[in-house]
Ligand binder design. Structure first.
Ligand code: F6P
Length: 546
C-alpha cells in the first residue's frame, strides 16, 4: 500500500492558495497590518523564549500550517513514538530517545521492557564512574589521577558530546578536560594526543555499533600509543567503551565491566543523552548532566501535550515546510550568538540532514515534494563578517534561526570600560534579525543624501524571515531544551514528507566502496579497473603521488 500524497490534500492546496497571497507581501506590511504580532507570535517553552513573528506568514497561514500538520497525522505519529511503537519502519525499531530523559517513575515500555528502568540503571553506573574519575578514586595504571578524557567516536558518537562539552565549558569543574577524535585522517588523533600524558589520559571509545571503521582504527592507534608508553595491562584503566554491542567491545579488548550500554532504539544522532554523553558527564558532573536531561524532558512534555498551534517544535517545523515546499527555500541558517555554541550548527547538520535527507517515503514510494532542509551556520558575530552579505542582499531566500542568551558567564567591559561585551553581542543579534526582516528602501537611502549611483547598491530588500530563540543563560537545562526542540522539529517535518527520519541507508554504499577501493591504493602492481574511468584515473594519480 502506498502513502497518500500530502501535496494532493485540501490542506496543502489551501496553503498553495495562501502562498499566492502572502508571498508578495513584505514583512513591513505584515507588521503594519498586525502590529501585535511582535508580542503575540511568541512562545515560552520552559526557559526558551521563542519569537516567530518575523516570518512571512499571516495568522491565517499559521492556521493552515497547523491544519496540514493534522492532515499528515502529526499527533498520531507523535503518540506512536511516545508509546514505543516501531515507527522506524525500515529498521523495524522503536524510536526511544525520549525515554533517555524520563524522570524516575515515568514509564515507557519499549519492546516489552521498561525502558526508563534500564535507562536509569545505566545512568546510575555512569554516575558512579563519573564520580570515581572526578574524585580521583579511579586512577590510571600508574596511580595518577585522570586529567583528560579522549572521546573516540564519529557522527552521533562525536558531534553530540563534542558540541555539548564546548557549550557547557563554564560548567567543567573537576580539573578534567575532554578532547574529541573522530576523523580517520591521522592528523586528528595526532593533534588531539599532542601534549597528553598517557598516565593521566582516559579513552572513551564511543560507537553504537562498534563496527565503524574510523572509530576502531583510531581506537587501535590510541591503544598502541598507550601501550607503547605504559604496558598492555594499562588498557583496563585507560579504556572504557560506550556501545550497544558488548560482543564487539569484548573482541576489541575492552572489559565489558567497563562498558556503558544503550539500545538499538536510540539513533546515533539522537544519542547525546545516552551513555554517549559519558565524556560530558565526567567533565561537568552527574548532577549537571541530570539537569541537561531534565531540560530535554521539559520540551518532550511540551511536544507531547501542547495544542499544535502552541506547540513550538510543531510550529517551527511547519515554518520549515512552508519555506522549503512553498517558497522553494533550500537551506536554513543557524546563527548562535554564543561562541560556546560554535558546534551547534554542525551537530544540527547530522540531526536534520541524516534524518530527513530522503527521496523515498517510509513505504518505499518516491516523495512527492522536496525534503530535507540544508542546515548550516556559524556563530555571530563572526558570520556577519563572512557570509551575511548573501543573507541580506543575495538572490536566495534563507530563513535563519537566531539563538542567544541574556547573560554570559564571561562578560567583560567594552573598549571604553563603560559597557558590556555581552550587550554588543546581543545588540548585533537583534540588529541582524531586524535588518533581515525590514531592510532599508531606496527612498530612505536617498533621503540620507546618498550618491544616486550608490543607492541601488545600498538598498536592503528585507523580507528575509527568521526565528529568534532566547534563554536567560546557556545552562545544561537550556541546552537540553534546545536540542529537544530541534529533534522534534526534525520528526514533524519527516511526518509531513512521509519519510522515515530514523534510518540512514544512504551512508552505507560509500563505506562499502571505500573498503573495496582501499587495497588498490597501496598496491601499484594491481591493475585498476573499478568500473569508471574517473575513479580509475584518480587512483592512478594517487598511486603516483603517495
Ligand atoms: O555513518 C553514519 C553513522 O551510522 C551515523 O548514523 C552514526 O552516528 C555514525 O555513523 C557512527 O556510528 P557508530 O556510533 O555505530 O560508530
Amino acid at each position: 500500500m502506498s502513502s497518500s500524497d500530502i501535496t494532493a490534500s485540501a490542506a496543502w492546496q489551501a496553503l498553495r492558495s495562501n502562498h499566492r497571497t502572502v508571498a508578495p507581501m513584505h514583512l513591513r506590511q505584515l507588521f503594519a497590518d498586525d502590529p501585535a504580532r511582535g508580542r503575540e507570535l511568541t512562545l515560552q517553552v520552559a526557559d526558551l523564549h521563542i519569537d516567530y513573528s518575523k516570518h512571512r506568514v499571516t495568522r491565517e497561514t499559521l492556521r493552515l500550517l497547523i491544519d496540514l500538520a493534522h492532515t499528515a497525522g502529526v499527533p498520531q505519529r507523535r503518540d506512536a513514538m511516545y508509546s514505543g511503537q516501531h515507527i522506524n519502519t525500515s529498521e523495524d525499531r522503536a524510536v526511544g530517545h525520549i525515554a533517555l530523559r524520563l524522570p524516575v517513575g515515568d514509564q515507557l515500555c519499549i519492546d516489552g521492557t521498561d525502558a526508563e528502568a534500564e535507562v536509569h540503571e545505566v545512568l546510575h553506573r555512569m554516575g558512579e564512574f563519573a564520580d570515581a574519575v572526578r574524585s580521583g578514586t579511579w586512577r590510571g595504571a600508574t596511580g595518577e589521577r585522570i586529567e583528560t578524557i579522549v572521546n573516540i567516536g564519529i557522527g552521533g558518537s562525536d558531534l553530540g558530546p563534542d558540541m555539548v562539552y564546548r557549550a557547557l565549558r563554564s560548567y567543567v569543574d573537576a580539573g578534567i578536560g575532554a578532547r574529541f577524535v573522530s576523523n580517520v585522517d591521522p592528523a586528528d588523533l595526532v593533534a588531539k594526543l599532542a601534549g597528553l600524558d598517557p598516565a593521566t589520559t582516559l579513552f572513551i571509545v564511543a560507537s553504537k555499533t562498534f563496527s565503524t571503521l574510523e572509530t576502531l582504527t583510531n581506537a587501535t592507534a590510541a591503544r598502541r600509543w598507550l601501550v607503547d608508553a605504559l604496558d598492555e595491562k594499562a588498557v583496563a584503566k585507560h579504556f572504557v567503551a560506550v556501545s550497544t554491542n558488548a560482543e564487539r567491545v569484548a573482541d576489541f579488548g575492552i572489559d565489558t565491566a567497563n562498558m556503558f550500554g544503550f539500545w538499538d532504539w536510540v539513533g546515533g544522532r539522537y544519542s547525546v543523552d545516552s551513555a554517549i554523553g559519558l565524556s560530558v558527564m565526567v567533565t561537568i558532573g552527574k548532577e549537571r548532566f541530570a539537569q541537561f536531561l531534565s531540560g530535554m524532558h521539559a520540551v518532550d512534555k511540551h511536544f507531547a501535550t501542547a495544542p499544535l498551534a502552541e506547540n513550538a517544535p510543531v510550529l517551527l517545523a511547519m515554518l520549515g515546510v512552508w519555506y522549503s515546499n512553498f517558497f522553494g527555500a533550500e537551506s536554513r541558517a543557524v546563527l548562535p550568538y554564543s561562541n560556546d555554541m560554535a558546534r551547534f550548527p554542525a551537530y544540527l547538520q547530522q540531526l536534520t540532514m541524516e534524518s530527513n535527507g530522503k527521496s523515498v517515503r517510509a513505504d518505499g514510494t518516491p516523495v512527492t515534494t522536496s525534503t530535507g532542509e540544508i542546515f548550516w551556520g556559524e556563530p555571530g558575530t563572526n558570520g556577519q563578517h563572512a557570509f551575511y552579505q548573501l543573507l541580506h542582499q543575495g538572490t536566495r531566500l534563507i530563513p535563519a534561526d537566531f539563538l542567544g542568551f541574556a547573560r554570559s558567564t564571561d562578560d567583560l567591559p567594552t573598549l571604553d570600560g563603560t559597557g558590556s561585551m555581552q550587550d554588543i553581542l546581543i545588540s548585533n543579534l537583534f540588529a541582524q534579525s531586524k535588518v533581515l526582516a525590514f531592510g532599508k528602501t531606496a527612498e530612505e537611502i536617498r533621503a540620507e543624501g546618498t550618491d544616486p549611483e550608490l543607492v541601488p547598491h545600498k538598498v536592503m530588500p528585507g523580507n528575509r524571515p527568521s526565528t529568534t530563540i532566547l534563554a536567560a543563560e546557556l545552562t545544561p537545562s537550556a541546552l537540553g531544551q534546545l536540542i529537544a526542540l530541534y529533534e522534534h522539529q526534525v520528526f514533524v517535518e519527516g511526518i509531513i514528507w512521509g519519510v522515515d527520519s530514523f534510518d540512514q541507508w544512504g551512508v552505507e554504499l560509500g563505506k562499502q566502496q571505500a573498503l573495496a577501493l582501499m587495497p588498490l591504493l597501496s598496491e601499484p602492481e594491481k591493475p585498476v579497473s573499478v568500473g569508471d574511468s574517473s575513479t580509475d584515473a584518480l587512483i592512478e594519480w594517487y598511486r603516483a603521488h603517495r
